[in-house]
Design a protein around this ligand. Structure first.
Ligand code: R5P
Length: 287
């Protein structure tokens, strides 16, 4: 088995290789003068190959298609895409007439290049059915709990009912209680939280979600918890997009620490996703 990555993801490739007993191979990438990408794998591949496919920045989708093709040219019998952050998972239907169903378009393209797909904490698991082949999403809750376990957390909260299971899994691993808030989205950067009777006085609270995008969700929840007397609020998520002034929004809200996984590489990516991706790879192989 081989774990193939881009030059930037060589570290993740080595971690994956250690988890599953594979060899790690880094592909060569160049850009033609007109900007088109070029990928080459200089290795003698055989058997099963897992290819780490980042889908951001957005032309990385093209690179993933090229790398999967290169893997077959180099001898791979099967290619499983390991997608740390499955972008485009939010536009899973046409909300208005004439809109692209982005998840379907992207997953159809990926399925044309690969046999199976594994990702981590997909925003909406239903989109996986757009991939024609085995497609699984593995939870990063154990890895999130490992990092929060070093921080004396008293309570784990989900910002909305949809994130309740993830918060419950993290709390279970930490041996502390969990609960959820009630979120209503007002605009792309603004959310409202319904006040909830929670005794957080003097507590260290961790809010756990799948994505931090604009930071609006985490900032609003943090404000409410600090107002209710929480001593410290930590926010943890699998995917840190940090767009539209998220860092400032989180700082101003009084967040004590922001922890995200390296599904997207940022300065705050202290939670390793390799274990979750390796479990996903295993699941996809068995599916
Ligand atoms: C929403 O359903 C997601 O689980 C996240 O809560 C959301 O993407 C976070 O977005 P933002 O950081 O912009 O509030």
């Amino acid at each position: 088995m081989h774990a193939i990555t881009s030059p930037e993801r060589g570290g993740l490739g080595q971690q994956l290789a250690e988890h599953v007993g594979a060899s790690s191979v880094v592909y060569e990438r160049e850009a033609f003068p007109d900007g088109e990408r070029y990928v080459r794998i200089e290795a003698d591949l055989h058997g099963e190959v897992a290819l780490v496919a980042d889908l951001r920045p957005h032309d990385a989708v093209v690179e993933a298609l090229l790398a999967a093709d290169a893997a077959r040219e180099a001898g791979a019998a099967t290619v499983t895409l390991l997608v740390p952050y499955l972008a485009y998972a939010r536009q899973d239907r046409a909300f208005n007439p004439g809109e692209a169903v982005s998840s379907r378009a992207v997953l159809h393209a990926l399925a044309s290049a690969a046999d199976a797909l594994a990702t981590v904490d997909v925003h909406n698991p239903r989109v996986l059915s757009f991939f024609q082949g085995p497609a699984v999403s593995e939870q990063a809750a154990p890895e999130i709990a490992d990092v929060l376990g070093q921080r004396s957390v008293d309570l784990v909260l989900a910002p909305d009912a949809g994130a309740r299971d993830r918060a419950g899994a993290v709390a279970g691993a930490l041996g502390c209680p969990s609960d959820h808030l009630e979120k209503t989205r007002i605009s792309s950067t603004e959310v409202q939280m319904k006040a909830k009777e929670l005794d957080v006085s003097g507590a260290t609270v961790a809010i756990v979600d799948d994505i931090i995008s604009t930071g609006g969700t985490m900032a609003t929840a943090t404000g409410q918890l600090l107002e209710a007397g929480a001593d410290r609020v930590l926010v943890a998520a699998t995917h840190g997009l940090f767009v539209s002034g998220a860092d400032k929004r989180l700082d101003e809200a009084g967040v004590d620490e922001v922890l995200v996984a390296d599904t997207i590489v940022t300065d705050r990516s202290v939670i390793p996703c390799a274990g979750a991706l390796a479990r996903g790879w295993q699941q996809a192989r068995e599916a």
